[in-house]
Design a protein. Structure first.
Length: 349
């Protein structure tokens, strides 16, 4: 196998970041990006994601097209607990604006772009095809996200997101600037064709989010939102990164940061092996970090979904999350490696 030649499938934030890091280390990189990319959601980038974009790309995401700064979050989640207003700086951004910028920054970096998947042959295969590309997924539940654009009421604050749990799901309203907003709901499941009605029903039971909306676009997008992890993300023939390795429930707000961290670790593992390190050890460390991240995320989600007022609606997903967390538990061991200056280091015993 040629040690410094990678084939990366998928040009989302994770695939592009891995490509950049490998190129910086002198690798040859071939990137497969289908011509017709799926439109991404609006995402809220937390401080961790913003810092990773700064350190990995030298990018100030606040300058991107459509970026809208947020300062606070109003959260109404548990029954009988009054809404909490939290200072939480973040940035709302169409995901496509970010990936287009990252993609453009790779022009002239020696990247070879391919339109179609092809056998990896002698190249290291990095699978960054996102959640929908996760063939060997272990899914913790069946919940889906419904999202649509909205026009905000004139009194709606432009710098505050609102998260509200309601009967049958939870709602998340994100201002996008200029009176526009994005409404997202997560529900335990929804048949095709019923997304718009379901969103309306949820808004009917909302005290905080619904009064902030003047009008909603009837076109509602449905996407999977349950936590999912690859059963086999780290093999010598293929290393999965980003959502293709571990996809988070959007309630965490950490999906993008998690994908960037995974891309950095995968690049370090591959480069370490190319420099003579033990690939198997590196892959074991990578798999262990993923298992830790998945386990922590499931524990956080379990706490959250067990504390909503109408827990019964979530029971199937709660059971599935508890089962996956229990499957991951026995594999968790002490970490023997760490990342320093982007390189894989063996920790002193
Ligand atoms: C509704 C929703 C809301 C979210 N909100 C947030 C949020 O507020 N904050 C946050 O941090 N995260 C959020 N996330 C998660 C975040 O969007 C993802 O974690 C992140 O985009 C993952 O990046 P990725 O590069 O792994 O995958 P993706 O962004 O999915 O990119 C995968 C790429 O692979 C391509 N691809 C697919 N199949 C193939 C193939 N066969 N060959 C080649 N390429 C292929 C796709 O076209 C795509 O470009 C949200 C997710 C959803 C669904």
């Amino acid at each position: 196998m040629k040690p410094r030649h990678a084939l990366i499938l998928g040009a989302g934030a994770a695939g592009l970041s891995c490509a950049r890091l490998l190129l910086l280390r002198g690798w040859q990189v071939d990137l497969v990006a289908p011509a017709a990319a799926i439109t991404g959601p609006v995402v809220v980038l937390n401080p961790a994601a913003l810092e990773l974009l700064r350190s990995m790309w030298g990018l100030d995401a606040a300058r991107l097209r459509g970026a809208h700064p947020l300062a606070r979050r109003l959260v109404a989640w548990e029954a009988g607990v009054p809404p909490a207003s939290l200072d939480q700086p973040a940035l709302a951004l169409p995901l496509d604006a970010l990936t287009q910028e990252l993609d453009a920054r790779l022009d002239g970096a020696g990247l070879r772009r391919l339109r179609q998947d092809e056998p990896a042959g002698e190249r290291r295969l990095v699978d960054a095809r996102g959640r929908l590309g996760m063939a060997d997924a272990r899914r913790a539940g069946s919940r889906v996200a419904l999202s649509t654009r909205v026009r905000l009421a004139t009194h709606a604050p432009e710098d505050r997101c609102t998260l509200e749990s309601v009967s049958g799901g939870w709602l998340f309203l994100v201002p996008l600037g200029g009176g526009a907003g994005m409404l997202q709901a997560v529900v335990p499941g929804c048949p095709d064709g019923e997304a718009a009605t379901r969103l309306q029903d949820l808004c009917g039971g909302s005290r905080l989010v619904a009064p902030l909306i003047d009008a909603a676009d009837p076109r509602v997008r449905m996407q999977p939102a349950m936590p999912a992890c690859s059963a086999d993300a780290a093999r010598p023939q293929r290393i999965a990164i980003g959502d293709a390795a571990l996809a988070l429930d959007p309630v965490s707000g950490d999906g993008l940061a998690s994908g960037l961290r995974g891309a950095a670790l995968a690049a370090a593992v591959l480069d370490d092996a190319a420099a003579g390190g033990d690939l198997q050890e590196g892959l074991q460390h990578y798999a262990l970090r993923l298992a830790y991240a998945a386990h922590r995320h499931l524990a956080q989600c379990l706490d959250l979904y067990r504390s909503v007022p109408a827990t019964a609606a979530w029971q199937h997903d709660i059971d599935a999350m508890a089962e996956l967390a229990a499957q991951l538990q026995p594999g968790l061991r002490a970490l023997r490696h760490g990342l320093r200056d982007g390189r894989l280091r063996r920790l002193a015993a």
